[in-house]
Write a protein that binds this ligand. Structure first.
Ligand code: SAM
Length: 314
Protein backbone atom coordinates (compact mmCIF):
# COMPACT_ATOMS: atom_id res chain seq x y z
CA UNK A 1 0.00 0.00 0.00
CA UNK A 2 1.40 3.45 -0.95
CA UNK A 3 2.09 6.17 1.56
CA UNK A 4 0.66 9.66 1.25
CA UNK A 5 4.10 10.98 0.28
CA UNK A 6 4.56 8.32 -2.40
CA UNK A 7 1.15 9.08 -3.93
CA UNK A 8 1.93 12.79 -3.90
CA UNK A 9 5.27 12.29 -5.66
CA UNK A 10 3.79 9.95 -8.29
CA UNK A 11 0.81 12.24 -8.83
CA UNK A 12 3.02 15.29 -9.28
CA UNK A 13 5.08 13.40 -11.87
CA UNK A 14 1.91 12.32 -13.69
CA UNK A 15 0.59 15.87 -13.92
CA UNK A 16 3.95 17.33 -14.86
CA UNK A 17 4.17 14.82 -17.72
CA UNK A 18 0.65 15.87 -18.77
CA UNK A 19 1.82 19.49 -18.96
CA UNK A 20 0.19 21.01 -15.87
CA UNK A 21 1.98 24.28 -15.02
CA UNK A 22 1.08 23.78 -11.34
CA UNK A 23 1.58 20.01 -11.02
CA UNK A 24 2.68 19.89 -7.37
CA UNK A 25 -0.07 22.22 -6.10
CA UNK A 26 -2.71 20.40 -8.16
CA UNK A 27 -1.56 17.03 -6.81
CA UNK A 28 -1.61 18.31 -3.21
CA UNK A 29 -5.16 19.67 -3.61
CA UNK A 30 -6.47 16.53 -5.31
CA UNK A 31 -4.80 14.18 -2.83
CA UNK A 32 -6.13 16.22 0.08
CA UNK A 33 -9.58 15.90 -1.44
CA UNK A 34 -9.21 12.13 -1.90
CA UNK A 35 -8.06 11.79 1.73
CA UNK A 36 -10.90 14.08 2.95
CA UNK A 37 -8.35 16.41 4.52
CA UNK A 38 -6.59 19.64 3.52
CA UNK A 39 -3.12 20.36 2.09
CA UNK A 40 -1.62 20.64 5.58
CA UNK A 41 -2.95 17.16 6.35
CA UNK A 42 -1.23 15.81 3.24
CA UNK A 43 2.11 17.40 4.06
CA UNK A 44 1.95 16.48 7.76
CA UNK A 45 1.19 12.78 7.15
CA UNK A 46 3.52 11.96 4.28
CA UNK A 47 4.66 8.70 5.92
CA UNK A 48 1.14 7.40 6.64
CA UNK A 49 -0.49 4.72 4.52
CA UNK A 50 -3.02 6.40 2.24
CA UNK A 51 -5.49 3.49 2.11
CA UNK A 52 -7.02 1.86 -0.95
CA UNK A 53 -10.13 4.06 -1.18
CA UNK A 54 -8.28 7.39 -1.20
CA UNK A 55 -5.65 6.00 -3.60
CA UNK A 56 -8.38 4.96 -6.04
CA UNK A 57 -10.16 8.35 -5.76
CA UNK A 58 -6.83 10.13 -6.31
CA UNK A 59 -6.11 8.04 -9.42
CA UNK A 60 -9.46 9.03 -10.97
CA UNK A 61 -8.93 12.72 -10.09
CA UNK A 62 -5.42 12.67 -11.57
CA UNK A 63 -6.66 11.35 -14.89
CA UNK A 64 -9.34 14.05 -15.05
CA UNK A 65 -6.74 16.71 -14.32
CA UNK A 66 -4.29 15.19 -16.81
CA UNK A 67 -7.05 15.54 -19.43
CA UNK A 68 -7.11 19.28 -18.69
CA UNK A 69 -10.16 19.63 -16.39
CA UNK A 70 -9.85 22.49 -13.84
CA UNK A 71 -8.95 21.39 -10.31
CA UNK A 72 -11.97 23.37 -9.04
CA UNK A 73 -14.37 21.23 -11.09
CA UNK A 74 -12.75 17.99 -9.90
CA UNK A 75 -12.83 19.05 -6.23
CA UNK A 76 -16.26 20.64 -6.68
CA UNK A 77 -15.19 23.77 -4.83
CA UNK A 78 -13.04 26.86 -5.10
CA UNK A 79 -11.88 29.29 -2.42
CA UNK A 80 -13.01 32.84 -3.19
CA UNK A 81 -12.82 35.83 -0.84
CA UNK A 82 -12.36 33.45 2.10
CA UNK A 83 -15.37 31.28 1.16
CA UNK A 84 -15.52 27.74 -0.21
CA UNK A 85 -17.87 28.02 -3.19
CA UNK A 86 -19.40 25.04 -4.97
CA UNK A 87 -18.05 24.96 -8.52
CA UNK A 88 -18.79 22.74 -11.47
CA UNK A 89 -19.14 22.90 -15.24
CA UNK A 90 -22.37 24.94 -14.96
CA UNK A 91 -20.37 28.17 -14.42
CA UNK A 92 -16.95 29.79 -14.66
CA UNK A 93 -14.47 29.05 -11.87
CA UNK A 94 -14.22 32.32 -9.88
CA UNK A 95 -10.80 33.96 -10.27
CA UNK A 96 -8.71 35.69 -7.58
CA UNK A 97 -8.65 38.96 -9.62
CA UNK A 98 -12.39 39.28 -9.07
CA UNK A 99 -11.87 39.58 -5.30
CA UNK A 100 -10.80 43.18 -5.98
CA UNK A 101 -14.26 43.93 -7.35
CA UNK A 102 -15.78 42.53 -4.14
CA UNK A 103 -13.48 44.70 -1.99
CA UNK A 104 -14.35 47.85 -3.98
CA UNK A 105 -18.06 47.03 -3.73
CA UNK A 106 -17.84 46.53 0.04
CA UNK A 107 -16.02 49.85 0.46
CA UNK A 108 -18.75 51.57 -1.56
CA UNK A 109 -21.60 50.01 0.43
CA UNK A 110 -19.90 50.91 3.73
CA UNK A 111 -19.46 54.45 2.43
CA UNK A 112 -23.14 54.78 1.45
CA UNK A 113 -24.35 53.32 4.75
CA UNK A 114 -22.00 55.48 6.79
CA UNK A 115 -22.45 58.78 4.92
CA UNK A 116 -25.83 59.82 6.36
CA UNK A 117 -28.24 58.79 9.11
CA UNK A 118 -30.64 56.05 8.05
CA UNK A 119 -33.92 56.54 9.87
CA UNK A 120 -36.44 53.64 9.89
CA UNK A 121 -38.05 53.29 6.47
CA UNK A 122 -34.92 54.26 4.53
CA UNK A 123 -34.81 51.98 1.46
CA UNK A 124 -32.03 49.38 1.38
CA UNK A 125 -28.86 49.90 -0.62
CA UNK A 126 -29.56 48.05 -3.86
CA UNK A 127 -26.70 46.12 -5.40
CA UNK A 128 -26.70 44.18 -8.69
CA UNK A 129 -24.31 41.40 -9.67
CA UNK A 130 -24.73 40.99 -13.43
CA UNK A 131 -23.46 37.71 -14.90
CA UNK A 132 -23.22 36.13 -11.46
CA UNK A 133 -21.97 32.70 -12.58
CA UNK A 134 -21.65 30.57 -9.44
CA UNK A 135 -22.74 33.61 -7.40
CA UNK A 136 -19.19 34.47 -6.30
CA UNK A 137 -19.51 38.28 -6.17
CA UNK A 138 -23.04 38.43 -4.76
CA UNK A 139 -22.47 35.76 -2.12
CA UNK A 140 -19.07 37.16 -1.06
CA UNK A 141 -20.55 40.66 -0.66
CA UNK A 142 -23.53 39.34 1.32
CA UNK A 143 -21.40 37.21 3.65
CA UNK A 144 -18.97 40.07 4.31
CA UNK A 145 -21.83 42.51 5.01
CA UNK A 146 -23.41 40.02 7.40
CA UNK A 147 -20.12 39.82 9.31
CA UNK A 148 -20.09 43.63 9.49
CA UNK A 149 -23.68 43.68 10.77
CA UNK A 150 -24.83 45.55 7.64
CA UNK A 151 -26.64 42.79 5.73
CA UNK A 152 -30.10 43.94 6.80
CA UNK A 153 -29.67 47.28 5.01
CA UNK A 154 -28.64 45.87 1.66
CA UNK A 155 -30.44 43.88 -1.06
CA UNK A 156 -28.41 42.11 -3.72
CA UNK A 157 -29.91 41.09 -7.06
CA UNK A 158 -27.80 38.59 -8.96
CA UNK A 159 -28.60 37.65 -12.54
CA UNK A 160 -27.27 35.44 -15.27
CA UNK A 161 -28.48 34.49 -18.72
CA UNK A 162 -27.59 30.88 -17.97
CA UNK A 163 -30.23 28.93 -16.01
CA UNK A 164 -27.51 26.43 -15.03
CA UNK A 165 -25.38 29.19 -13.52
CA UNK A 166 -28.39 30.60 -11.66
CA UNK A 167 -29.10 27.17 -10.14
CA UNK A 168 -25.49 26.92 -8.97
CA UNK A 169 -25.51 30.47 -7.59
CA UNK A 170 -28.65 29.62 -5.59
CA UNK A 171 -26.87 26.59 -4.11
CA UNK A 172 -24.01 28.84 -2.98
CA UNK A 173 -26.34 31.49 -1.54
CA UNK A 174 -28.16 28.81 0.47
CA UNK A 175 -24.93 27.08 1.55
CA UNK A 176 -23.60 30.36 2.93
CA UNK A 177 -26.87 31.38 4.58
CA UNK A 178 -27.51 34.53 2.52
CA UNK A 179 -30.46 33.46 0.34
CA UNK A 180 -32.65 36.02 2.16
CA UNK A 181 -30.36 38.92 1.10
CA UNK A 182 -29.41 37.68 -2.38
CA UNK A 183 -32.15 37.31 -5.00
CA UNK A 184 -31.05 35.39 -8.08
CA UNK A 185 -32.79 35.40 -11.45
CA UNK A 186 -32.30 34.30 -15.02
CA UNK A 187 -32.06 37.50 -17.07
CA UNK A 188 -30.30 39.12 -19.98
CA UNK A 189 -28.09 41.61 -18.10
CA UNK A 190 -30.12 43.44 -15.40
CA UNK A 191 -33.53 41.89 -14.54
CA UNK A 192 -36.47 44.08 -15.54
CA UNK A 193 -37.82 46.31 -12.78
CA UNK A 194 -40.28 44.32 -10.68
CA UNK A 195 -38.98 40.93 -11.84
CA UNK A 196 -38.99 38.33 -9.07
CA UNK A 197 -35.59 37.19 -7.85
CA UNK A 198 -35.88 34.70 -4.99
CA UNK A 199 -37.36 36.56 -2.02
CA UNK A 200 -36.64 39.95 -3.63
CA UNK A 201 -37.82 41.84 -6.68
CA UNK A 202 -35.67 43.94 -8.99
CA UNK A 203 -35.77 47.71 -8.41
CA UNK A 204 -35.95 50.29 -11.19
CA UNK A 205 -32.58 51.68 -10.18
CA UNK A 206 -29.59 50.24 -8.37
CA UNK A 207 -27.13 52.08 -6.13
CA UNK A 208 -24.29 49.81 -7.17
CA UNK A 209 -23.95 47.66 -10.30
CA UNK A 210 -21.19 45.04 -10.21
CA UNK A 211 -20.40 42.91 -13.24
CA UNK A 212 -17.79 40.42 -14.31
CA UNK A 213 -19.21 39.73 -17.77
CA UNK A 214 -17.44 37.84 -20.58
CA UNK A 215 -14.56 39.90 -21.99
CA UNK A 216 -12.39 37.49 -24.00
CA UNK A 217 -12.19 38.22 -27.74
CA UNK A 218 -13.91 35.45 -29.72
CA UNK A 219 -10.76 34.97 -31.79
CA UNK A 220 -8.68 34.35 -28.66
CA UNK A 221 -10.90 31.59 -27.23
CA UNK A 222 -9.27 28.70 -29.09
CA UNK A 223 -5.82 29.71 -27.81
CA UNK A 224 -6.78 29.59 -24.13
CA UNK A 225 -5.13 26.95 -21.91
CA UNK A 226 -6.90 23.55 -21.61
CA UNK A 227 -8.70 24.11 -18.25
CA UNK A 228 -10.49 27.16 -19.66
CA UNK A 229 -11.90 25.07 -22.49
CA UNK A 230 -13.89 23.08 -19.89
CA UNK A 231 -15.68 26.28 -18.82
CA UNK A 232 -18.92 27.45 -20.51
CA UNK A 233 -18.05 29.47 -23.62
CA UNK A 234 -20.91 31.91 -22.88
CA UNK A 235 -19.05 32.82 -19.70
CA UNK A 236 -15.98 33.86 -21.68
CA UNK A 237 -16.96 35.02 -25.17
CA UNK A 238 -17.07 38.81 -25.30
CA UNK A 239 -17.48 39.10 -29.07
CA UNK A 240 -14.98 40.34 -31.68
CA UNK A 241 -13.24 42.90 -29.43
CA UNK A 242 -14.24 41.36 -26.08
CA UNK A 243 -16.50 44.24 -25.10
CA UNK A 244 -19.78 43.35 -26.85
CA UNK A 245 -21.65 42.29 -23.69
CA UNK A 246 -20.10 45.02 -21.54
CA UNK A 247 -21.16 47.67 -24.10
CA UNK A 248 -24.78 46.50 -23.83
CA UNK A 249 -24.62 46.84 -20.05
CA UNK A 250 -23.08 50.31 -20.36
CA UNK A 251 -25.96 51.39 -22.59
CA UNK A 252 -28.47 50.33 -19.92
CA UNK A 253 -26.84 52.21 -17.04
CA UNK A 254 -28.48 55.65 -17.48
CA UNK A 255 -31.89 53.99 -16.96
CA UNK A 256 -30.88 51.57 -14.20
CA UNK A 257 -28.23 53.26 -12.05
CA UNK A 258 -29.49 55.65 -9.38
CA UNK A 259 -28.19 59.19 -8.98
CA UNK A 260 -24.83 59.04 -7.19
CA UNK A 261 -24.74 55.37 -8.17
CA UNK A 262 -21.58 53.48 -9.06
CA UNK A 263 -20.81 50.70 -11.53
CA UNK A 264 -17.83 48.39 -11.09
CA UNK A 265 -16.99 46.32 -14.17
CA UNK A 266 -14.20 43.78 -14.44
CA UNK A 267 -12.26 44.09 -17.71
CA UNK A 268 -9.32 42.40 -19.40
CA UNK A 269 -5.88 43.79 -18.56
CA UNK A 270 -5.50 45.08 -22.15
CA UNK A 271 -8.94 46.68 -22.37
CA UNK A 272 -8.51 49.88 -20.34
CA UNK A 273 -8.35 52.21 -23.35
CA UNK A 274 -11.13 50.44 -25.26
CA UNK A 275 -13.37 50.50 -22.18
CA UNK A 276 -12.71 54.19 -21.64
CA UNK A 277 -13.56 54.83 -25.31
CA UNK A 278 -16.78 52.79 -25.02
CA UNK A 279 -17.83 54.79 -21.96
CA UNK A 280 -17.01 58.01 -23.81
CA UNK A 281 -19.19 57.09 -26.77
CA UNK A 282 -22.12 55.52 -24.88
CA UNK A 283 -22.23 57.55 -21.66
CA UNK A 284 -21.58 61.23 -22.37
CA UNK A 285 -20.33 63.05 -19.29
CA UNK A 286 -19.68 59.90 -17.25
CA UNK A 287 -16.41 59.34 -15.44
CA UNK A 288 -14.41 56.14 -16.01
CA UNK A 289 -11.56 55.37 -13.64
CA UNK A 290 -9.52 52.21 -14.21
CA UNK A 291 -8.45 50.49 -10.98
CA UNK A 292 -5.41 48.17 -11.20
CA UNK A 293 -5.28 44.75 -9.56
CA UNK A 294 -2.59 43.53 -7.16
CA UNK A 295 -0.32 42.77 -10.12
CA UNK A 296 -0.64 46.41 -11.24
CA UNK A 297 -2.72 45.47 -14.29
CA UNK A 298 -5.86 47.35 -15.33
CA UNK A 299 -8.75 45.31 -13.93
CA UNK A 300 -11.84 47.24 -12.81
CA UNK A 301 -13.62 50.09 -14.58
CA UNK A 302 -15.21 52.33 -11.96
CA UNK A 303 -18.01 54.37 -13.53
CA UNK A 304 -19.99 57.26 -12.12
CA UNK A 305 -22.69 59.32 -13.78
CA UNK A 306 -22.40 63.00 -14.68
CA UNK A 307 -21.91 65.29 -11.70
CA UNK A 308 -25.15 67.17 -11.09
CA UNK A 309 -25.44 70.64 -9.55
CA UNK A 310 -26.48 70.48 -5.85
CA UNK A 311 -29.82 72.22 -6.60
CA UNK A 312 -30.74 69.40 -9.02
CA UNK A 313 -30.39 66.78 -6.28
CA UNK A 314 -33.48 65.57 -4.47
C1 SAM B 1 -16.83 35.73 -16.75
S1 SAM B 1 -18.26 34.87 -16.13
C2 SAM B 1 -18.26 35.55 -14.47
C3 SAM B 1 -19.01 34.75 -13.46
C4 SAM B 1 -18.92 35.32 -12.04
N1 SAM B 1 -19.45 36.68 -11.99
C5 SAM B 1 -17.51 35.31 -11.53
O1 SAM B 1 -16.92 36.40 -11.38
O2 SAM B 1 -16.97 34.21 -11.26
C6 SAM B 1 -19.54 35.75 -16.97
C7 SAM B 1 -20.95 35.33 -16.64
O3 SAM B 1 -21.83 36.22 -17.36
C8 SAM B 1 -22.92 35.47 -17.88
N2 SAM B 1 -23.47 36.21 -19.01
C9 SAM B 1 -23.00 36.31 -20.28
N3 SAM B 1 -23.79 37.11 -21.01
C10 SAM B 1 -24.79 37.53 -20.20
C11 SAM B 1 -25.92 38.37 -20.38
N4 SAM B 1 -26.19 38.97 -21.55
N5 SAM B 1 -26.74 38.57 -19.32
C12 SAM B 1 -26.49 37.98 -18.14
N6 SAM B 1 -25.43 37.17 -17.90
C13 SAM B 1 -24.58 36.96 -18.92
C14 SAM B 1 -22.33 34.12 -18.21
O4 SAM B 1 -23.34 33.13 -18.28
C15 SAM B 1 -21.34 33.93 -17.07
O5 SAM B 1 -21.94 33.25 -15.99
Amino acid sequence: MATVGELLAAGTDRLRAAGSPSARLDAELLLADALRTDRTGVLAHAAANAGDGPAARFAVALERRAAGEPVAYIRGLKEFHGLALVTDARALVPRPETELLVDLALAEVADVLGSAPRPPGTPPVRVADVGTGCGAIAVAIAVALRRLGMAGEVEILASDRSADAVALARENAVAHGVADRVGIAVADLLPAAGAAAGMLSAPVRFDLVCANLPYIRTGDLSGLPPPVRFEPSEALDGGPDGLAVIRRLLASLPDRLGEDGLALLEIGSDQAEATDAAVGSLLAGWDCEIVPDLAGLPRIARLTGPARPPEARS
